[in-house]
Ligand binder design. Structure first.
Ligand SMILES: C[S@@+](CC[C@H](N)C(=O)[O-])C[C@H]1O[C@@H](n2cnc3c(N)ncnc32)[C@H](O)[C@@H]1O
Length: 246
């Protein structure tokens, strides 16, 4: 079910949605490992019944990993892109009855009033870096405020390198990983060539649109927001998995 909830002020273009749907698996380092790993961090036992909320879900890969791991779980998938939501509905059709889909704006807060009553976790992949530092801090505070005790917040995202050397190192490694994944997953380098046309933030930063914050400072914001066990759990080529438990 897709529920439009009004105008969105997202600056993400539908053209990017279509391209990310096509390329996401190849251009994200260790994509399957990432989503399965996030699912393994969710504070739940195998048969627990609970809900997660996937912020800027895209085609739903992260929710899918959680739904697969926890057969009694449900997911509310939120995104600002119609193309992404349509793709997510299709992608998660095997989980019909355990999923809900809605338009939302990551910068708005109306959706905080429509969360599932048995919310256990917020998850988000490759989207929060579109917010600036102040917006991220406000988002973390608002998410942790409504998160029940014992719940979790887990983010997969690009992070700001600590210096120029690390910028280059992240950029080089991301290139190398995508070159290898392009060949391994598709048997050709065409996806890698498309990735080279502006998707590597550490080579071609678009700092108005992509505003990753430093990992260390984000861990501080999450702790200040009220998470008690906060850490970075995984990192490769500037893509980090971080968050914590309340
Ligand atoms: C790179 S995609 C990642 C999608 C998905 N989470 C994944 O990892 O495959 C970024 C997503 O963020 C969404 N997005 C970006 N800014 C947004 C905003 N302000 N409000 C809602 N969605 C937004 C886009 O529509 C897109 O689906």
């Amino acid at each position: 079910m897709t529920v439009p909830v009004g105008e969105s002020s997202i600056r993400w273009e539908e053209e990017s949605s279509i391209e990310f749907i096509e390329l996401g698996e190849v251009i994200t380092p260790s994509r399957q490992e990432q989503v399965d790993f996030v699912a393994s961090l969710v504070p739940a036992d195998g048969g627990d019944s609970f809900a997660i909320v996937d912020l800027a879900c895209g085609a739903g890969a992260l929710s899918e990993a959680v739904l697969r791991r926890f057969p009694a779980s449900r997911a509310l998938l939120l995104d600002g892109s119609s193309a992404m939501l349509e793709r997510a509905v299709h992608q998660l059709s095997a989980y019909a009855g355990r999923t809900e889909f809605a338009h939302f704006d990551l910068r708005a807060r109306d959706w905080l009033g429509r969360l599932p009553p048995d919310l256990r976790c917020f998850v988000s992949s490759l989207a929060i870096h579109h917010l600036d530092a102040v917006e991220k801090q406000a988002l973390y505070t608002d998410l942790v405020t409504v998160l029940p005790s014992g719940g979790g917040l887990f983010i997969v995202d690009l992070v700001e390198p600590v210096n120029d050397r690390v910028w280059s190192a992240y950029g080089d490694l991301w290139d190398a990983v995508v070159q290898q994944q392009s060949l391994e997953y598709t048997g050709a380098s065409a996806s890698y060539e498309r990735f080279r046309e502006g998707w590597n933030h550490y080579r071609d930063p678009d700092l108005e649109f992509d505003q990753p914050s430093g990992l260390f400072e984000q861990l501080g914001w999450l702790a200040s927001a009220g998470l008690s066990q906060v850490d970075c759990f995984w990192l490769r080529a500037g893509h980090a998995i971080y968050g914590g438990y309340k």
